[in-house]
Ligand binder design. Structure first.
Ligand code: MN
Length: 295
């Protein structure tokens, strides 16, 4: 099943090129901040999924291109991210990378991105004004947690997954010769975590370690890999993260990027496609106002 958030935080089921508004069947659906009804839906999924299907039967179909898709988890407790997690990506950034060759999440652990950096498929990636820095795309499979996970061994880890989504981990690169800012700072500008186009439930993705992961800038294929090439697989990532912190329904794990990371500039269009999960294209724009601190 494909679950989308659209327009002013309506909940939709997606089928082919159509959306069906099922918001009325989502307990606690509200426009108040923070919007946590997706966590309620995920937690009660076994009982609520049939109610969503009933609601869909009553709903009028809406064409996909008539709505604005937002992040399918509009608000989350944590966005956890793996550093360089495909062997061929390690080392490609040279002085601009912070993960020494050979080190993965297994050795150096994970990092967090601000939850406020989420945006959806039909929202632009906004780069800060007046910056001389390089801003890179990273094409990643996102894992959405389905039930609480604390000290979960890898053999049981996949049972804690609700679904998957496409995630672009936008990153301001380190400037060689300058002090490196914290990863959290470089990766947490508003809109630096596009997520979408929808949330694909886990039953539709039998093996998360056998999916093509591709990203284009305009028409140029920049990143192409298979999740089978991950250094630290999804199950081991959940084991690792849940050994440190409790994962809750709706938490998002960005599973790391393959080789081919490169810059985007205003005017570009970035397309990410994860097999069985989805495909989305976002425009890259320049912020219309300037921040007091220029990076
Ligand atoms: Mn990344």
């Amino acid at each position: 099943m494909k679950l989308a958030i659209f327009d002013n935080l309506r909940v939709g089921l997606v089928e082919d090129d159509m959306l069906f508004d099922v918001s009325a069947a989502v307990p606690g659906h509200s426009y108040a901040w923070p919007p946590v009804f997706m966590q309620t839906l995920i937690t009660g999924w076994a009982d609520l999924a049939p109610k969503l299907v009933e609601e869909k039967a009553k709903a009028n179909p809406i064409a996909r291109d008539r709505v604005k898709l937002r992040a399918p988890i509009p608000f989350t407790g944590n966005i956890i991210a793996a550093p360089a997690n495909y062997r061929k990506h390690v080392g490609e950034l040279g002085d601009r990378g912070v993960t020494a060759a050979g080190n993965s999440a297994r050795e150096v652990g994970f990092f967090l991105k601000a939850t406020s950096s989420l945006c959806g498929a039909d929202e632009p990636i906004v780069l800060p004004q007046s910056s001389g820095r390089r801003f890179d795309h990273e094409s990643e499979l996102a894992v959405i947690i389905g039930r609480e996970a604390k000290h979960v061994r890898r053999e049981k880890a996949l049972d804690h997954i609700f679904g998957y989504s496409c995630l672009i981990d936008l990153s301001m690169r380190i400037e060689p010769g300058h002090i490196a800012e914290e990863r959290c700072t470089r990766k947490s500008f508003d809109g630096f975590t596009p997520l979408g186009p929808w949330l694909m439930t886990a039953d539709e993705v039998p093996d998360p370690q056998n999916l093509s992961n591709r990203l284009w800038v305009n028409d140029e294929l920049r990143q192409e890999a298979n999740t089978s090439e991950m250094t630290v697989g999804v199950a081991e990532l959940i084991e690792l993260v849940s050994s440190v912190m409790t994962l809750h329904p709706g938490d998002i794990i960005a599973t790391g990027t393959p080789q081919g990371v490169g810059p985007v500039v205003p005017g570009d269009r970035v397309t990410i496609e994860i097999e069985r999960v989805g495909r989305m294209t976002l425009a890259v724009a320049l912020a219309t106002d300037s921040a007091p601190r220029i990076f």
